[in-house]
Design a binder for this molecule. Sequence first.
Ligand SMILES: O=P(O)(O)OC[C@H]1O[C@](O)(CO)[C@@H](O)[C@@H]1O
Ligand SMILES: [Mn+2]
Length: 449
Amino acid sequence: MTDAAELHMPTVPPSLSAKVVGSFAYLTIRDRLPTILTKAVDSIHRNKDKFFEQYGEEGLRAEKAAIGLLSKLRNEMQTDKPVLALSDELEDADAWNRYLQRHEGLQGDQGDPVSWFTSPWLYVECYMYRRIQEALWLNPPISGYDVFNEAKTQSFFQSQRAVMALCTYLEGLRKNMGELPDNQLLEHFGTLLKVSLWGNKCDLSISAGQENSQKVSPIDSLADLQPFILVDDSSSVWSALVSGRDQHGPGRVDIVLDNAGFELITDLVLADFLVSSGLALTVRFHGKSMPWFVSDVTAKDFQWTIQQTMAANHMWMSKSGVQWQRYVREGAWTYHDHPFWTQPHQFCDMASDAADLYAGLQGAHLVLFKGDLNYRKLTGDLDWEPTTGFAAALQGFAPAPLCSLRTLKANVQVGLRPGQAEELAARRPDWMTCGEYAVVQFHGPRSDP
Ligand SMILES: O=P(O)(O)OC[C@H]1O[C@](O)(CO)[C@@H](O)[C@@H]1O
Ligand SMILES: [Mn+2]
C-alpha cells in the first residue's frame, strides 16, 4: 500500500552485491578477499616462532587454532555459506548478531540466509574483518595480534622520502603561521587538503595487501592530478571552516581516518596545519578499534606513527613528530575509536544505532571522511545513478558540515554532472575502481552569500 512514491520519499536503489556476477563486488569476494585471508594466515604462521618464544606451547596451540578458524572462514566464503552469528564476547558481538537478524528478516519471504554472494557487499566485506578478529580473540594468548601490522609498517617505511618532503613543506609553513592572512591560509589549506586526498591512493585492501606506497612528494604532482578530481568542493569546505571560526571562534575539526602509512601522515600534516594556523582549536581523530580493511588506522598504528616520526633521522620529520606528540599530550589532538566505525552500517543509521557518536560529531565545525570505505558508508553502498545529489545519497546523515576526501575504488559515485559518467566510461571503463580518480565532496549549510 504505502510505497515510497506515495510517501514522497526518494526511491532507494539496491545495495551493491556480489550476486551481480562479474561486478566489482563479485570479483572482490571471489578473488581479493580470499587472497587477504591467505595473507593473514601466512602472517600468523610466519610468527609461529615468536609466539613460541613468548608463550611456549600455548602460543603454538593458539597459532594452529587461529589458522584453522581463518581457513574455515575462507572456505565458508568461497562456497557461499550462510553468514554465522559471532561467538566471541567482544563488546560489539551483540550488535553484529542483531544486525544479522535484521538482515535475515529482510532476505526474502522464505527467510533466505544472509550469505557471501547474495547479501549486501558492504555488510559481508566488513563481516570478514570482524571474523578475523573473532578467530584471534578466541585464541589467547595471541588475541591481540594484528595480522596486517607488517604490511602497515612496511608501507610507512616505503614512503619515507615522501614523508620527509611533506614534513619539510610543513616546517616551511610554520614560520609566521599564526599571522597569515586568510587568502594565504586558503592557499595552504587547499594544498594540504589535496595532499590528504591523494594520500588515500595508498591503501592495501584494493591491492589485496600488495605494496602500495608513495615514493615521491605529492605536492609536486598536485597540478597534474587536478583533472582527475571529478567533483571539487574545496571552496565550500574552506567556507564552512572559516564561517565556523568567524561565528564562534576556532573550533573542532573531526577527521574520520582511513589508512595507516603515508595516508595517515598526510592527515596528521593537515591536522597540524589546522591547529597551528588557528583555523581549528582541536582535532579529533576517529580510528578503528580492530585491524580493518588491511591498512586502516588503529590506536596502536596512530601512536606508532607519531613515535616513528619523532625518532626519524631527519630534522623536520622528527620535529613534526615532536609537535604531534605535544598536541596529543596537551589535548589539542585526541584519538577515538568508537565501535560503530567497525560495524557494517551505513552512516544514515548512525543517529539511531550510535546516537552518542552522532551527537559527538554534531559538535564539530567540519568533519572530514577519508577514503573509499567511508564513502561507501556515507552513500549506503547503493547502486545510485551517478547524477544523484550527494545530499540525497546521504539519506539524512548530516551531523555537521562534512566532506569526503576519497579516491574511487568501488563502483558507487554520486554528484556527477549529466554525461560525466558516460564520458569517463568511454575514456576508461574501470574509472570507478582503478584508484586514479578522486572527489572532494561537501555537504552542509552553504555559507556563501
Ligand atoms: O582504504 P579505502 O580507501 O577505504 O579503500 C578500501 C578498499 O576496499 C574496498 O572495500 C574493496 O575491497 C574498496 O572499497 C576499496 O578498494
Ligand atoms: Mn582503508
